[in-house]
Design a binder for this molecule. Structure first.
Ligand code: PLP
Length: 441
């Protein structure tokens, strides 16, 4: 696959050292299988908007209400991103200024809670995100995490248990979202529980937003007060976050009677001036074009293919005798479960990486190993699907994964062989943002 253009021509002149490092990263990403579930390939258009002169503009505030002059055009750009986000997800309100997913979640806390309030969320080892109340994160230090998570036996969420915890603890907010849960999240059932205890229900769809857009995962928007997300994972946008919400706060009287601002306004005020200064307008422009790309049949086919690929990969591994957390997948990721093996999740993730299959070690439900060792390996299909891979290619991937995992004692022979085959295989595909597309699709 030949490259599209004279890439980074200025950098090559002004900073050959950095240029060479970026070129090496491009080469590495062109010859390995990117199977980290949170990674993807942004399009040339997203990269162009990201790298545009909009990086120069200061525009603290929101469209039509800025603290700087000269924002007639960037107002239109931010409004475009807002309108496209609302339309893509069918949301009443959107804020596109959060610098990333974690700052977006921080703003959600600030808009809904007071320090010390109880928040139900999944701990990191259970598959939750740091910002869902984990102890080393601001969210666990400033708020009280009430943990819930998948059953250690089945690897599945148990709604009887979640309801029992919620009724006992009466949290003010419940997070529904994960970095490592392979099964579909049933927002309707969480909504019943949240309503019973007067808790805000907040979905974090950082990983699965593309599946929701494609209609192959339940949609949180009708059920949740707030939905937060990143845009750089399955949606293939720039590195950033966004927040969707209802306009009105159904608990305004109960929890925020002294505030004159509704829910949407409190979210906006939490982002700016609560947490951030000037929005990154180059990034917001890239978000706008990313939302446009996602609102298409091509993207909906992509999202469905991501899930179909994960399902096929899971079936191919299960048929070879591997264990998967939660028994399989409904999403874009699966977690190989090596609790019974003598080698660890970290051993396997490192062996796979040497063979050109880049994933990450990950805790599995009921894990007896430590978080920096683990018994699991998380693999995702968003990036390989962006390369154009389908079910047939998943069979090949499963065979290579099996070749490495079943030869952990003789990696010296196996790794170079698989590494070579993977590199040759990858070169057959056109990677978005790196190569010119093979087809117009
Ligand atoms: C990735 C992720 C985030 C945070 O994103 P950053 O951009 O890395 O800060 C938040 N929540 C979930 C569930 C995630 O997977």
């Amino acid at each position: 696959m030949s490259d599209c253009c004279d890439r980074h021509a200025h950098l090559r002149e002004t900073d050959p050292q950095l240029y060479a490092l970026i070129e090496r990263q491009i080469e590495a990403e062109s010859t390995t299988l990117k199977m980290i579930a949170s990674e993807n390939y942004a399009s040339f258009s997203v990269l162009e908007a990201s790298g545009s002169i909009l990086t120069n503009k200061y525009c603290e505030g929101y469209p039509q209400a800025r603290y700087y002059e000269g924002n007639e055009i960037v107002d239109q750009i931010e409004q475009l991103a807002i309108d496209r986000a609302k339309s893509l997800f069918g949301a009443e309100h959107a804020n596109v200024q959060p610098y990333s997913g974690s700052p977006a979640n921080q703003a959600v806390y600030r808009a809904l809670l007071e320090p010390g309030d109880k928040v139900m969320g999944m701990p990191v080892p259970a598959g939750g995100h740091l910002t869902h109340g984990w102890k080393v994160n601001f969210s666990g230090r400033d708020y009280r995490q009430i943990p819930y998570g998948p059953d250690p036996e089945t690897g599945l969420l148990d709604f009887g248990e979640i309801r029992r915890i919620a009724r006992q603890e009466r949290p003010k907010m419940i997070w529904v979202g994960a970095t490592a849960y392979p099964r579909a999240l049933q927002y309707d059932r969480f909504a019943e529980i949240a309503a019973e205890v007067d808790a805000y229900l907040v979905a974090d769809i950082a990983h699965i937003n593309g599946l929701i857009v494609a209609g192959v995962h339940p949609d949180p928007v009708p059920y949740c007060d707030v939905v937060s997300s990143t845009i750089h994972k399955m949606l293939r946008g720039p590195r950033a976050g966004f927040i969707l919400s209802k306009e009105e706060d159904r608990f305004q009287q109960k929890y925020h009677s002294s505030s004159k601002f509704n829910l949407a306004k409190r979210i906006d005020r939490a982002v700016f001036p609560g947490l951030q200064g000037g929005p990154h307008m180059n990034t917001i422009a890239a978000m706008a074009t990313c939302f446009k790309e996602a609102d298409s049949d091509a993207f909906r086919r992509y999202g469905a293919q991501v899930a179909a690929n994960a399902r096929r990969l899971a079936e191919a591994l299960l048929s070879r005798g591997y264990q998967l957390a939660g028994g399989g997948t409904d999403t874009h990721l699966l977690i190989l479960d090596f609790r019974a093996a003598e080698y660890t999740g970290k051993d396997v993730a490192q062996a796979l990486a040497r063979a050109g299959i880049i994933g990450n070690f990950n805790m599995v439900p009921g894990d007896h190993r430590k978080p920096f060792v683990t018994s699991g390996v998380r693999l995702g299909t968003p990036a390989v699907t962006s390369m154009g891979m389908r079910e047939a290619e998943m069979e090949k991937l499963a065979a290579w994964i099996d070749e490495v995992c079943s030869n952990m004692g003789s990696l010296e022979q196996i790794v170079p062989k698989v590494r070579g085959e993977v590199a040759e295989f990858c070169r057959q595909f056109a990677i978005p943002g790196i190569h010119a597309a093979k087809t117009a699709d």
